[in-house]
Design a protein around this ligand. Structure first.
Ligand code: UD1
Length: 419
């Protein structure tokens, strides 16, 4: 298994191109199953998760070509409505093929998903939504077996709490359902808006994305379209935090500061200077340390759970004590003991971590436990004195495109060590 060796203590200076959002790319890719025509996606990041989903879609009949960052998918015929355990278990987002297969073919058999080990992460809301749209659903031997022989029908889907995945899954399925679907208490993440934009370009009728109520007027058929995936706000936020931890100045090209939601204000309160310009934005930090700021993770536009781990790395060397409350996932502090190995002073009590900032972290061998937690260890390593060895880098390969190269270009001493 590859590792990353980082010698910390160097400020970051230069330009980092921000990739297309992984979490959006995976959902718009699933939309390709809804049409027998071609879906062309641009600004798609080259990541292990994207390649894994390409393999799954291929096995359903969607042929793909990936040229630079342009991914073309064409599911002329659906050749299989079964998504096997081996392809779904590694990535939760694969589960989103269920709705499109059901909508187009009237049946699907999809393995229950896996993904990052950050809590139980059930799919009950997804299944309830599909049932509301008229699907008959059985669970058998780790598989969801779903059927809608007469097609899906529009319905009211009221989510008991905000779920990004369930909102997207309902939109995908409802696009080809008969009649109107209303999703209440819908997630408002920018990736939801991106999916709606893509579906509408394909001929769907989705309104209200970005608000808590989404209306989908089902249509009979979707057609070919081209869609540009929005910039990755989590990658963006992670590099902003890296500058906060190391000092320096970065231009993040292709990024959109507004996509950071509440995180933007938090980062400014922590002392980072952010200046937007047309093609992205510039972030600067020339103080010795950041200021401690308290955060609570919330659905968008609140502080994103996917930046919580990276923020903890930033707060580990901040001036003062911060509290970090995680409200989205119940087991998302696995990076805390790893950061503690580097000298961070963190105590965890239930869903709240208290971080007492220290002047300097010390490099150490650490273990990446999930995708975003891995990035927090990279940030800590860039800021720490001496060498940090981050083990289990495959987590990072799932979600951060050309990480070492982007950081090396800005002066970081970071190298992949092949095993
Ligand atoms: C997506 C993102 C993930 C991000 C998360 C929250 C992708 C590929 N992943 O994950 O990076 O951290 O949004 O912003 O886009 N839940 C249930 N039952 C369900 C569905 C969800 O109990 O059927 C719970 C989850 O366990 C979690 C909460 O709802 O506690 C929110 O999860 P959700 O918003 O659905 O996250 P994902 O879509 O899985």
């Amino acid at each position: 298994m590859d590792k990353l060796a980082i010698i910390g203590g160097r400020p970051l200076y230069g330009e980092i191109p921000i990739s297309g959002a992984k979490n959006s790319a995976l959902k718009v890719m699933a939309a390709s199953l809804l049409t027998d025509e071609t879906l062309t996606l641009t600004n798609v990041p080259r990541l292990a998760d994207v390649e894994m989903l390409m393999r799954l879609l291929d096995q359903h009949g969607a042929r793909s070509t990936f040229d630079g960052s342009t991914l073309t998918l064409h599911a002329k015929d659906i050749v299989s409505t079964e998504a096997p355990y081996d392809l779904v278990r590694k990535m939760r987002a694969s589960f989103n093929v269920l709705g499109p297969l059901l909508a187009r073919e009237g049946k699907a058999k999809v393995s229950l998903p896996g993904g990052c080990a950050i809590g139980a992460r059930p799919v009950d809301l997804h299944l309830k939504a599909l049932s509301a749209l008229g699907a008959e659903i059985d669970l058998d031997a780790g598989y969801v077996i779903a059927a809608a022989p007469d097609g899906l029908k529009g319905a009211k889907v009221s989510l008991p709490f905000v779920s990004v995945g369930a909102t997207e899954h309902t939109m995908l399925a409802a696009a080809l359902a008969k009649g109107t679907t209303v999703i209440e208490n819908a997630a408002r993440e920018p990736e939801i808006v991106d999916l709606a934009t893509c579906l509408n370009a394909m001929g769907a009728q989705v309104a209200g994305a970005g608000t808590s109520t989404i209306m989908v007027e089902g249509v009979e058929k979707l057609h070919s379209a081209e869609h540009r995936v929005l910039p990755d706000r989590i990658e963006t936020g992670a590099y902003v935090m890296a500058v906060g931890a190391t000092g320096g100045e970065l231009t993040l090209t292709g990024a959109d500061a507004h996509l950071l939601g509440a995180a933007l204000k938090v980062l400014e309160e922590a002392g980072l200077e952010i200046e937007t310009n047309g093609a992205g934005f510039r972030v600067r930090h020339h103080q010795e340390r950041c200021r401690a700021v308290d955060i609570v993770t919330q659905p968008f536009p609140g502080f994103p759970t996917d930046l919580q781990a990276q923020f903890m790395a930033l707060m580990a060397t901040a001036d003062g004590t911060s509290t970090i409350k995680e409200t989205i996932f119940e087991n998302r502090f696995m990076h805390a003991p790893e950061l503690a190995r580097m000298g961070a002073k963190i105590s965890v009590d239930g869903q709240t971590a208290t971080v007492r900032g220290v002047r300097r972290l010390k490099g150490a061998p650490v273990m990446a436990t999930d995708l975003r937690a891995s990035m927090s260890l990279v940030i800590a390593g860039l800021a720490a004195e001496g060498q940090t060895m981050v083990n289990r880098v495959y987590h990072l390969d799932r979600g951060f495109e050309r990480l070492e190269e982007k950081l090396q270009n800005c002066g970081a001493l970071i190298e992949r060590v092949k095993d």
